[in-house]
Design a protein around this ligand. Sequence first.
Ligand code: 5GP
Length: 205
Amino acid sequence: MSDRGLLIVLSGPSGVGKGTVRKHLFEHYNNDFVFSISMTTRQLRRGEQEGVDYFYRSREEFERYIQEEKLLEYAEYVNNYYGTPIDYVEKTLADGCDVFLEIEVQGAMKVKEKMPEAIFIFLAPPDLKELKSRIESRGTDDAKTIERRLQKATEELKLIRYYDYVVKNDDVDQAAQKIRSIIESEHLKVESNLHYYTKMIEELS
Ligand code: 5GP
């Protein structure tokens, strides 16, 4: 394992089930990676907890974080801000531990610019029919809103080319297992282990 942890980014189109897969992954498995709790301006939902699901902050406070460059990335999504506090990510990676982000696609693209060495996993809908039905079943929206959401999902799907891996979300547990396998494989890459063996070679010769 390299000294620095890996940054793992799980993202994908709206309504694909990123939150569900991420929760399953952390509730059902003992992972060697930790979840980066995001900051948001949206209201706390029933069953959620401050400092567990999100850090819930006012717009003013969030904007101060932006100005002070304390966020690795942030995005505005359905009239609320969402962002990744940079300190926790930096410190945890420096300690040699992997960090897991679950963020929407605009934010993922910003991480790609700033930290291209991160591992980008695209959570994809199983098929078009499923994607449509998930978008349509969200709330009591009119046809126009649904149409807009579908267009947005199409734009989001196009970003798949910038990712390293794709995981189809046709079964939550299988998707979680695949994500674990990806992370495990990343740790087996020669480049992640090279410094260890370089040292071994040096000691031998
Ligand atoms: P929700 O309000 O349903 O918890 O999340 C809405 C969207 O925000 C989801 O797509 C989720 O992945 C995304 N999200 C959560 N945290 C962050 C973050 O820190 N940055 C970005 N860019 N998106 C986030």
